[in-house]
Design a protein around this ligand. Structure first.
Ligand code: F6P
Length: 515
């Protein structure tokens, strides 16, 4: 078996002598890397006026890392520009925030071309390449254009909207067509798969039919096959639970708990991003205090919001808005000995967070849209099973598909969030245990290494035994319906995709849409 080559925008190169990062992709890929060796390629995280045109190499823990710098111009156009000012809002259904600029779109393409040029000489013929996320959509096509015959998969970590939203993006057709260069395109949830299939059908003008296969399907285009599937990302549940159990005994967490003086704790933790629904969430907490006065002076809300993408225009006002809202709630409800909202604007160490989660009666996770949201999963993993807290979760987080026992809310409904918080704070122990137990068991069934294995085995042609159970809780989701485009060469039949399988079963006969 050939090596595994990972391409992601940021490459977490561990420092010499350091173990790889505790969370994220590094953990998911540990098994795969150790069994077959690997290369991780991408951006170093450095932008400089005149970057050296070099690929820098490092070898850590049996993995080769190869990184390149971006010029300031490429950083502005590719990262802050097209990726995070156009693609990010579009994929999160925020068309009002989409800022499109042709120069930035060109820059995005150029950076992907450069990645392809730099990566190609590092590849061996039997490597399998796995590309991650929206910053890299054209990379597969750029590699193919330079003669790559490798197996190449793409995983999309963030939501995938339907064509009605996607088509607002100038050049949307080309972007979608880029996905046809991959052998497998994976998304997080069934809802995302519905969006992806809709975009593939409408954005490319192809006629799409179900293949009738039990598990697995494909789009055929110019002699290539592209399979589409949903692969909900998981966490290392038992490991995180152990960290949380240990962490509550630490001095820092004990000191924090003492500072609560016996009050209940509601916790939220994320990057400071407009998709996370932070102002809406603060209003929800305000609604709890307004409409359920019995909680005044009895509950504290800790919101951790690490600064992020501060040079992107649409992120600039958010911090101020949150600070104003938190200040207003505190002004309205504080007592001399109680501050309702504690706001921390920095990242916290992972183990400390795990301890805070375990001590929190409520995990409040209310993004307006989110690909998956691992905080929701980590909050559940961190709980004491004999006295667990309650997860209040946005129905628009991908995690909601696999966590129906959470209290699901619409994040735009402040009073609804207030009611859910109240329900969580007064929920009897037995109900809390039941809800938590069901979610925890499901988290344990789906390991993060299993997620990577399932994607790679599908990409490389075998199915995995673990994969179908990962969708056990998703059965209530509406199934994708594929609309066939009507044109002179195809019949206008609409067909449902076969479902409950790891990969959407689709086979296609293509007619290019006249442009
Ligand atoms: O999950 C989406 C994502 O954009 C990842 O691709 C990225 O690594 C992470 O969020 C953090 O974003 P950024 O790299 O822009 O700080």
């Amino acid at each position: 078996m050939g090596r595994l080559v990972i391409v992601s925008n940021r490459v977490p190169v561990p420092k010499r002598g350091e173990t790889p990062a505790a969370g994220g992709l590094a953990v998911a890929l540990k098994d795969a890397f150790s069994s077959r060796g690997g290369l991780w390629f991408g951006w170093s995280g450095t932008a400089s006026p005149e970057p050296a045109d070099l690929v820098r190499h490092a070898r850590r823990g049996g993995v080769d890392y190869a990184v390149i710098d971006l010029s300031q111009e490429a950083y502005d156009g590719f990262y802050a520009g097209y990726a995070n000012s156009a693609l990010w809002p579009m994929f999160h259904f925020r068309l009002g925030l989409l800022s499109y600029d042709r120069g930035q779109a060109r820059c995005y393409k150029l950076v992907n071309q450069r990645y392809a040029e730099k990566l190609l000489p590092l590849l061996r013929p039997d490597d399998t390449i796995w590309v991650h996320d929206y910053q890299m959509i054209p990379l597969g096509a750029e590699l193919r254009a330079r003669g790559s015959k490798h197996r190449i998969g793409y995983f999309h970590h963030i939501p995938f909207p339907p064509w009605a939203v996607f088509s607002a993006m100038p050049g949307g057709e080309e972007l979608i067509s880029n996905l046809l260069a991959y052998d497998l395109v994976g998304v997080q949830t069934q809802r995302d798969l519905t969006g992806l299939v809709d975009c593939m059908a409408q954005g490319t003008g192809m006629k799409v039919r179900p293949s009738g296969q039990q598990a697995g399907g494909e789009i055929r285009f110019r002699g290539r096959r592209t399979r589409l599937g949903s692969f909900p990302i998981a966490i290392a549940t038992e490991e995180f639970a152990a960290v949380a159990e240990q962490s509550v005994a630490s001095r820092e967490v004990r000191r924090f708990v003492e500072s609560l003086a016996g009050r209940s704790l509601v916790i939220g933790a994320e990057r400071l991003d407009y998709t996370k629904g932070l102002p809406e969430r603060l209003r929800g907490f305000g609604a709890l205090l307004e409409n359920f006065p019995e909680h005044r002076n009895n509950v504290t809300y800790l919101q951790i919001a690490a600064r992020s993408r501060e040079d992107v225009e649409s992120y600039k006002d958010l911090k101020r808005e949150i600070e104003t809202l938190a200040g207003r709630i505190n002004g309205d409800y504080s007592e001399a000995d109680w501050t309702p909202v504690r706001y921390v604007g920095r990242t916290q160490p992972r183990d400390m967070l795990a301890g805070y989660y375990r001590r929190a009666q409520v995990g409040l996770v209310t993004p307006l849209r989110d690909g998956m949201n691992l905080v929701a999963k980590e909050y559940v993993a961190a709980q004491d099973p004999s006295n667990p807290g309650v997860l209040v979760l946005s129905r628009f987080a991908g995690a909601a598909e696999g966590m129906p026992e959470a209290l699901l809310v619409n994040p735009l409904d402040a009073e609804g969030i207030g009611e859910a918080l109240h329900a969580a704070l007064v929920m009897p122990m037995e109900e809390r245990r039941e809800r938590h137990g069901a979610m925890y068991r499901r988290l344990c069934e789906n390991s993060v290494t299993g997620w990577a294995r399932s994607f790679l085995e599908t990409l490389e042609g075998q199915e995995t035994a673990e994969a179908p159970s990962s969708r056990a809780a998703a059965l209530s989701m509406p199934q994708p319906r594929l609309m066939a485009r009507s044109d002179s060469t195809s019949s206008a039949s609409a067909s449902a995709v076969s479902t409950g399988s790891q990969v959407a079963a689709i086979s296609t006969a293509f007619a290019r849409r006249p442009r």
